[in-house]
Design a binder for this molecule. Sequence first.
Ligand SMILES: NC(=O)c1ccc[n+]([C@@H]2O[C@H](COP(=O)([O-])OP(=O)(O)OC[C@H]3O[C@@H](n4cnc5c(N)ncnc54)[C@H](OP(=O)(O)O)[C@@H]3O)[C@@H](O)[C@H]2O)c1
Length: 339
Amino acid sequence: MFHRVLTIVGLTILAVLYSARADEKPMMKAVVAHEYGAPEVLKFEEVPRPEPNEDEALVRVIASSVNPADPFTLSGKYAREFGTHLPLIPGYDIAGVVEKTGANVTKLKVGDAVYGYPTFGGGWADYVTVKESEVAAKPKSLNFVKSAAVPMGALTAWQALIDVAKLQPGQTVLIHGGSGGVGSFAIQIAKARGARVIATASAANQDLLKQLGADVAVDYTKTKFEDVAKDVDAVLDPVGKETLARSYGVVKKGGIVMSLVARPDPVELKKREIHGAGISVHPDAEDLAEIAQLIDAGKIKPTVTQVLPLSEAIAAQQQAATHHTRGKVVLRIADEPKS
Ligand SMILES: NC(=O)c1ccc[n+]([C@@H]2O[C@H](COP(=O)([O-])OP(=O)(O)OC[C@H]3O[C@@H](n4cnc5c(N)ncnc54)[C@H](OP(=O)(O)O)[C@@H]3O)[C@@H](O)[C@H]2O)c1
């Protein structure tokens, strides 16, 4: 009798423990901000794994990368425009493997290797949820670390040069900040389009501008770009202020000035009979697929200058805030899966 009571009590305890575990949410490692502020507010901690809704897929993140947009988002100044809320996991670039799909997801399948740009970030974690419109098959010729260096930078360059400027073979484009996350893709995309490229960067990055295919490399610390670039068809400006103000004068009538950081001045545009656009990048699965094709065709490649573990995301974000990154800094989150 006593033994039976003991057995029943034991089984009951086991059942309670088991059901408690079953209720526990799966956890993951992530870099999280519980308040807006400087990169120092970020914490590396365990948080509940997100669950995809019916229109989303859950992606196991192998690598993410660092963008100047991360410190902007983290500052909280643009929370309304960016649609961000706390707690916040940064990370607009991801490469990873689809782990789970929602009921309405039709194109993505469990096990797919994807890369992309989740609209609200979240990539600095073991898992992130994405919509089908935010990711595409990752370039076959790149590993996950290199694929994670592509989405936001390449999409921005693509949407400016191809969608907005409609760059044509034989046209000339001036690309400021050609050594940065956006500029390094912009040079290659413009060259792949058959355009002539004049690119600017500091002395330390002149070699990179040439490697990326720039026809003319300008060291903005020594040479005024206006002395080299005249009557160009398009300008891509990721710098703003004085650089943007001096750019209107180098564009031919009917040409275009595109800025990533400001709205071009309508008075200058009218006076010079040129067009202007403030670029706002958006996730786009079709653009990502076209970019992957160009990468696999050997026409463009990411410039990865540093690969850091996720635990060093704070230092990476401090670096992004300087606006002097060479190529891309990638965060490795998991080992490359064996194919
Ligand atoms: N609107 C959008 O949708 C959008 C999308 C993406 C990025 N952005 C913004 O665009 C900017 C650039 O992004 P990114 O990822 O390319 O940044 P990044 O990786 O930090 O690169 C910035 C580059 O600009 C160069 N640079 C700095 N000052 C310069 C100057 N006066 N003249 C010419 N080049 C200069 C730097 O080269 P040196 O070190 O050689 O000076 C660096 O390579 C950021 O402010 C970012 O927030 C906007």
